[in-house]
Design a protein around this ligand. Sequence first.
Ligand code: GRF
Length: 226
Amino acid sequence: CRILVMASGFGSNFQALIDATRPPAGELQNCRIVSLVVNRKGAHAIARADAAAIPWTYRNLIGGGFVRKGEADERAVADGRRRYDAALAAQILAAPAGERPELVVLAGWMHVFSTAFLKPIEEAGVRIINIHPALPREFDGANAIERAFDEFKAGRLTRTGIMAHYVIDEVDRGEPIIVQEVPWEGEELDAFKEKMHVHEHKLIVEATAKVVREILESRTSQKPSS
Ligand code: GRF
Protein backbone atom coordinates (compact mmCIF):
# COMPACT_ATOMS: atom_id res chain seq x y z
CA CYS A 1 0.00 0.00 0.00
CA ARG A 2 1.37 3.42 -0.93
CA ILE A 3 1.14 6.11 1.74
CA LEU A 4 1.78 9.86 1.56
CA VAL A 5 2.40 11.65 4.86
CA MET A 6 1.87 15.35 5.58
CA ALA A 7 3.59 16.96 8.56
CA SER A 8 4.35 20.48 9.73
CA GLY A 9 6.77 20.07 12.59
CA PHE A 10 8.85 17.69 14.65
CA GLY A 11 7.57 14.63 12.84
CA SER A 12 7.63 12.06 15.63
CA ASN A 13 4.38 10.55 14.35
CA PHE A 14 5.88 10.44 10.85
CA GLN A 15 8.87 8.62 12.37
CA ALA A 16 6.55 6.07 14.00
CA LEU A 17 5.09 5.37 10.56
CA ILE A 18 8.55 5.07 8.97
CA ASP A 19 9.64 2.63 11.70
CA ALA A 20 6.50 0.55 11.23
CA THR A 21 7.29 0.02 7.53
CA ARG A 22 10.58 -1.62 8.47
CA PRO A 23 11.16 -5.31 8.98
CA PRO A 24 11.22 -7.53 10.93
CA ALA A 25 8.25 -6.60 13.08
CA GLY A 26 6.77 -3.47 11.50
CA GLU A 27 2.99 -3.41 11.40
CA LEU A 28 3.12 -1.58 8.07
CA GLN A 29 5.62 -3.85 6.35
CA ASN A 30 3.35 -4.18 3.34
CA CYS A 31 3.41 -0.39 2.88
CA ARG A 32 5.72 2.14 1.31
CA ILE A 33 5.79 5.81 2.26
CA VAL A 34 5.99 7.31 -1.22
CA SER A 35 6.53 10.89 -0.10
CA LEU A 36 6.24 13.55 2.59
CA VAL A 37 4.68 16.98 2.17
CA VAL A 38 5.63 19.73 4.63
CA ASN A 39 4.22 23.25 4.90
CA ARG A 40 6.96 24.67 7.13
CA LYS A 41 10.54 25.02 5.97
CA GLY A 42 11.94 24.38 9.44
CA ALA A 43 10.02 21.12 9.92
CA HIS A 44 12.27 18.49 11.48
CA ALA A 45 10.17 15.95 9.60
CA ILE A 46 12.30 16.84 6.54
CA ALA A 47 15.46 15.46 8.19
CA ARG A 48 13.55 12.28 9.03
CA ALA A 49 12.49 11.90 5.40
CA ASP A 50 16.06 12.44 4.19
CA ALA A 51 17.37 9.86 6.65
CA ALA A 52 14.82 7.33 5.38
CA ALA A 53 15.38 8.27 1.68
CA ILE A 54 11.76 9.38 1.34
CA PRO A 55 11.22 12.17 -1.22
CA TRP A 56 9.62 15.31 0.21
CA THR A 57 8.09 18.51 -1.10
CA TYR A 58 7.63 21.83 0.62
CA ARG A 59 4.38 23.69 -0.03
CA ASN A 60 4.25 26.96 1.86
CA LEU A 61 0.76 28.13 2.79
CA ILE A 62 1.73 31.79 2.99
CA GLY A 63 3.59 32.99 -0.10
CA GLY A 64 4.60 30.41 -2.68
CA GLY A 65 1.98 31.90 -5.01
CA PHE A 66 -1.01 30.66 -3.01
CA VAL A 67 -1.73 33.40 -0.48
CA ARG A 68 0.10 36.65 -1.07
CA LYS A 69 1.29 38.54 1.98
CA GLY A 70 -0.97 41.52 2.53
CA GLU A 71 -4.05 39.62 1.33
CA ALA A 72 -5.23 39.73 4.87
CA ASP A 73 -8.98 40.00 4.49
CA GLU A 74 -10.96 36.87 5.14
CA ARG A 75 -12.22 36.29 1.62
CA ALA A 76 -8.78 36.65 0.08
CA VAL A 77 -7.33 34.23 2.60
CA ALA A 78 -10.15 31.74 1.96
CA ASP A 79 -9.56 32.04 -1.80
CA GLY A 80 -5.84 31.59 -1.28
CA ARG A 81 -6.46 28.49 0.82
CA ARG A 82 -8.72 27.02 -1.83
CA ARG A 83 -6.06 27.63 -4.49
CA TYR A 84 -3.44 26.04 -2.24
CA ASP A 85 -5.65 23.04 -1.52
CA ALA A 86 -6.62 22.50 -5.16
CA ALA A 87 -2.98 22.77 -6.30
CA LEU A 88 -1.81 20.32 -3.65
CA ALA A 89 -4.51 17.78 -4.56
CA ALA A 90 -3.58 18.14 -8.24
CA GLN A 91 0.10 17.59 -7.42
CA ILE A 92 -0.67 14.43 -5.47
CA LEU A 93 -2.99 13.01 -8.11
CA ALA A 94 -0.54 13.80 -10.93
CA ALA A 95 1.98 11.26 -9.60
CA PRO A 96 2.58 8.31 -11.93
CA ALA A 97 0.39 5.27 -11.13
CA GLY A 98 3.07 3.35 -9.23
CA GLU A 99 3.84 6.36 -7.02
CA ARG A 100 0.36 7.65 -6.46
CA PRO A 101 -0.72 7.27 -2.82
CA GLU A 102 -3.71 5.16 -1.86
CA LEU A 103 -3.76 6.72 1.60
CA VAL A 104 -2.83 10.19 2.90
CA VAL A 105 -1.92 10.38 6.60
CA LEU A 106 -1.87 13.78 8.30
CA ALA A 107 0.70 13.50 11.09
CA GLY A 108 0.84 16.87 12.85
CA TRP A 109 -0.28 18.78 9.73
CA MET A 110 -1.19 22.28 10.83
CA HIS A 111 -3.57 23.24 8.07
CA VAL A 112 -7.31 22.62 7.82
CA PHE A 113 -8.16 21.28 4.39
CA SER A 114 -11.15 22.62 2.51
CA THR A 115 -13.23 20.62 0.06
CA ALA A 116 -10.93 22.00 -2.68
CA PHE A 117 -8.45 19.40 -1.43
CA LEU A 118 -10.74 16.77 0.02
CA LYS A 119 -13.16 16.39 -2.88
CA PRO A 120 -10.69 15.53 -5.68
CA ILE A 121 -8.71 13.31 -3.31
CA GLU A 122 -11.83 11.39 -2.26
CA GLU A 123 -13.16 11.20 -5.81
CA ALA A 124 -9.87 9.59 -6.83
CA GLY A 125 -10.49 6.92 -4.17
CA VAL A 126 -7.62 8.08 -1.96
CA ARG A 127 -8.39 7.89 1.77
CA ILE A 128 -7.28 10.59 4.15
CA ILE A 129 -6.84 10.24 7.90
CA ASN A 130 -5.57 12.38 10.78
CA ILE A 131 -4.30 11.85 14.31
CA HIS A 132 -5.53 14.21 17.03
CA PRO A 133 -4.55 14.20 20.71
CA ALA A 134 -8.07 14.43 22.16
CA LEU A 135 -11.28 12.43 22.34
CA PRO A 136 -14.00 13.02 19.72
CA ARG A 137 -15.76 16.38 20.17
CA GLU A 138 -13.38 17.51 22.93
CA PHE A 139 -10.55 20.01 22.36
CA ASP A 140 -10.79 20.23 18.59
CA GLY A 141 -7.97 22.21 16.97
CA ALA A 142 -4.56 23.33 18.19
CA ASN A 143 -3.04 22.87 21.68
CA ALA A 144 -5.46 20.09 22.60
CA ILE A 145 -3.13 18.57 25.21
CA GLU A 146 -2.49 21.90 26.93
CA ARG A 147 -6.19 22.71 27.02
CA ALA A 148 -7.03 19.31 28.54
CA PHE A 149 -4.25 19.84 31.08
CA ASP A 150 -5.78 23.16 32.17
CA GLU A 151 -9.02 21.26 32.85
CA PHE A 152 -7.13 18.67 34.96
CA LYS A 153 -5.55 21.42 37.00
CA ALA A 154 -8.93 23.09 37.48
CA GLY A 155 -10.30 19.78 38.78
CA ARG A 156 -12.85 19.47 35.99
CA LEU A 157 -11.44 16.46 34.16
CA THR A 158 -9.18 13.48 34.86
CA ARG A 159 -8.70 12.07 31.39
CA THR A 160 -8.31 13.02 27.80
CA GLY A 161 -7.40 10.81 24.86
CA ILE A 162 -6.27 10.32 21.33
CA MET A 163 -8.13 9.54 18.16
CA ALA A 164 -7.38 8.71 14.58
CA HIS A 165 -10.17 9.79 12.27
CA TYR A 166 -11.11 10.30 8.66
CA VAL A 167 -10.67 13.89 7.53
CA ILE A 168 -13.60 16.14 6.67
CA ASP A 169 -13.61 19.91 6.22
CA GLU A 170 -14.38 20.52 9.91
CA VAL A 171 -11.38 20.46 12.23
CA ASP A 172 -10.98 17.10 13.99
CA ARG A 173 -14.61 16.14 13.39
CA GLY A 174 -14.42 13.25 10.89
CA GLU A 175 -15.54 9.69 11.64
CA PRO A 176 -13.23 8.13 14.28
CA ILE A 177 -11.16 5.07 13.31
CA ILE A 178 -9.63 4.31 16.71
CA VAL A 179 -10.22 6.17 19.98
CA GLN A 180 -8.21 5.70 23.15
CA GLU A 181 -8.64 7.29 26.56
CA VAL A 182 -5.52 8.45 28.40
CA PRO A 183 -5.86 9.10 32.15
CA TRP A 184 -4.14 12.00 33.93
CA GLU A 185 -2.24 10.54 36.85
CA GLY A 186 -1.05 13.79 38.40
CA GLU A 187 1.91 14.32 36.03
CA GLU A 188 3.15 17.80 35.19
CA LEU A 189 2.52 19.05 31.67
CA ASP A 190 5.79 17.91 30.08
CA ALA A 191 5.51 14.39 31.45
CA PHE A 192 1.86 14.18 30.46
CA LYS A 193 2.64 15.35 26.92
CA GLU A 194 5.35 12.72 26.68
CA LYS A 195 2.87 10.05 27.78
CA MET A 196 0.36 11.24 25.18
CA HIS A 197 2.99 11.13 22.44
CA VAL A 198 3.95 7.55 23.29
CA HIS A 199 0.28 6.54 22.94
CA GLU A 200 -0.10 8.60 19.77
CA HIS A 201 2.81 6.87 18.06
CA LYS A 202 1.19 3.48 18.67
CA LEU A 203 -2.27 4.63 17.70
CA ILE A 204 -1.25 6.28 14.41
CA VAL A 205 0.40 3.03 13.32
CA GLU A 206 -2.57 0.91 14.43
CA ALA A 207 -5.08 3.15 12.68
CA THR A 208 -3.00 3.31 9.51
CA ALA A 209 -2.66 -0.49 9.52
CA LYS A 210 -6.43 -0.82 9.97
CA VAL A 211 -7.18 1.44 6.99
CA VAL A 212 -4.48 -0.31 4.92
CA ARG A 213 -6.18 -3.67 5.60
CA GLU A 214 -9.45 -2.21 4.30
CA ILE A 215 -7.70 -0.85 1.20
CA LEU A 216 -6.09 -4.23 0.50
CA GLU A 217 -9.43 -6.01 1.02
CA SER A 218 -11.20 -3.66 -1.36
CA ARG A 219 -8.42 -4.23 -3.93
CA THR A 220 -9.02 -7.99 -3.70
CA SER A 221 -12.78 -7.66 -3.98
CA GLN A 222 -12.39 -5.42 -7.05
CA LYS A 223 -10.30 -8.01 -8.91
CA PRO A 224 -12.41 -9.69 -11.58
CA SER A 225 -13.10 -13.32 -10.71
CA SER A 226 -12.17 -15.90 -13.33
C1 GRF B 1 0.91 15.64 17.62
O1 GRF B 1 0.54 15.77 18.96
C2 GRF B 1 -0.31 15.55 16.74
O2 GRF B 1 -1.33 14.79 17.23
C3 GRF B 1 -0.69 16.99 16.68
O3 GRF B 1 0.54 17.65 16.50
C4 GRF B 1 1.56 16.90 17.12
C5 GRF B 1 2.62 16.63 16.12
O4 GRF B 1 3.73 15.97 16.66
N1 GRF B 1 -1.70 17.23 15.69
P1 GRF B 1 4.85 15.39 15.70
O5 GRF B 1 5.20 16.47 14.67
O6 GRF B 1 4.31 14.15 15.04
O7 GRF B 1 6.03 15.08 16.58
